[in-house]
Design a protein around this ligand. Structure first.
Ligand code: TYM
Length: 328
């Protein structure tokens, strides 16, 4: 069975973008692959986090993994910092990464644009840590949203470089990106990605949002003056985004939805999207409420760290031997 690995960095509450672009797909893959999913809590602190908020976001994220359908019996769920080799291999991968490569990372450029101060060195070497996360487990596939593709490609380049220098050690990972829903856009500005750090809060739906509030956000999503439901990301980015959201959640192909709405207005269309999103959130939140009251979270993480740790320590040892760091 091929191995698959992915992670989410809960620097805020998980969003509908995380769900459609990543989490929902992990759930689908858990029977067909040996799946490892983790909470990237070391990545979180590359930017300052209030410890109280971080603890809550991490706990919620694990509960949401389970509520969305990840089953600890069928996949391995763990907290990155519970498996120490992530940080260790992270450093070793930093030593394989060239500054020119890291300078080219789009996400780093976007996050640091117009900011001279308070950019941590951790944020800069974040892609090297992410490479370590992937390479530690010899993951064949890494399901991610579009914005993480470049980071997975860097992991592949670093693996290749390491193998050339020290001999076959790492599997070369491949990103797995959905055709529909790989980049869910902000509802208030469809030229931007829907993101946890949305300042206005209007453009982003959180998985734990009040259902009526989430529906309202859909109803007030920015559209256009064309007045006809079409899938055209350039001319009608807002409507196209809503189509992707609806198609991802309902499974109905975009062309069918477009056809059903010929001759109808945006209001009616938005109402159906809002209903579909509301129903999905309700399902997730009902399960979330049961899970947070149980002892499942602690148990899942304990067992997950043990399972992941067994693979990670062995791999780290092999890497260090290859590099000449370990003597015996
Ligand atoms: P993060 O936490 O930013 O996002 C988690 C996953 O959600 C996807 N995603 C989206 N997909 C579609 N539309 C959106 N608007 C949207 N926003 C986020 C992301 O592409 C991602 O798949 N660096 C990673 C976490 C990470 C990781 C890893 C992932 C750390 N180590 C190893 C894979 C493998 C991150 O910050 O994701």
């Amino acid at each position: 069975m091929k191995r698959m690995l992915s992670g989410i960095k809960p620097t805020g509450q998980l969003t509908l973008g995380n769900y459609i672009g990543a989490l929902r797909n992990f759930v689908r893959y858990q029977d067909d692959y040996e799946l490892y999913v983790f909470i990237a809590n070391l990545h979180c602190v590359t930017v300052y986090q209030d410890p109280k908020d971080l603890r809550k976001n991490l706990k919620d994220a694990i509960a949401l993994y389970l509520a969305c359908g990840l089953d600890p019996e069928r996949c391995t769920i763990f907290l990155q910092s519970d498996v120490l080799p992530h940080a260790q291999l992270g450093f070793l991968m930093t030593c394989q990464s060239y500054m020119g490569e890291l300078n080219r990372m789009t996400q780093f450029k976007e996050k640091t644009a117009n900011k001279e101060e308070s950019i941590t060195a951790g944020l800069y070497v974040y892609p090297s840590l992410m490479a370590a996360d992937i390479l530690l487990y010899d993951a064949d596939y890494v399901p991610v949203g579009d914005d993480q593709k470049q980071h997975v490609e860097l992991a592949r380049d670093l693996a290749q470089r390491f193998n050339n220098r020290y001999g076959e050690t790492f599997v070369l990972p491949e990103p797995v990106i959905q055709k529909v829903g790989a980049r869910i856009m902000s509802l208030s500005d469809p030229s931007k990605k829907m993101s946890k750090s949305d300042e206005t809060n209007k453009g982003c739906i959180y998985l734990l949002d009040d259902i009526n509030l989430a529906k309202k956000k859909i109803m007030s999503a920015v559209t256009d003056m064309v007045g006809c439901v079409n899938y055209n990301k350039e001319l009608q980015p807002g409507i196209s985004n809503l189509l992707e959201i609806m198609s991802s959640l309902s499974g109905e192909p975009i062309e069918h939805i477009v056809e059903r709405y010929q001759g109808k207005g945006y209001g009616e269309f938005k109402k159906e999207v809002a209903e579909v999103v509301g129903a999905e959130l309700q399902k997730i939140q009902d399960r979330y409420n049961e899970i947070v009251r149980s002892d499942l979270l602690e148990r899942t993480l304990r067992e997950g760290a043990e399972k992941a740790g067994r693979i990670a320590y062995k791999k780290l040892k092999k890497v260090q031997k290859r590099m000449g760091i370990d003597i015996f």
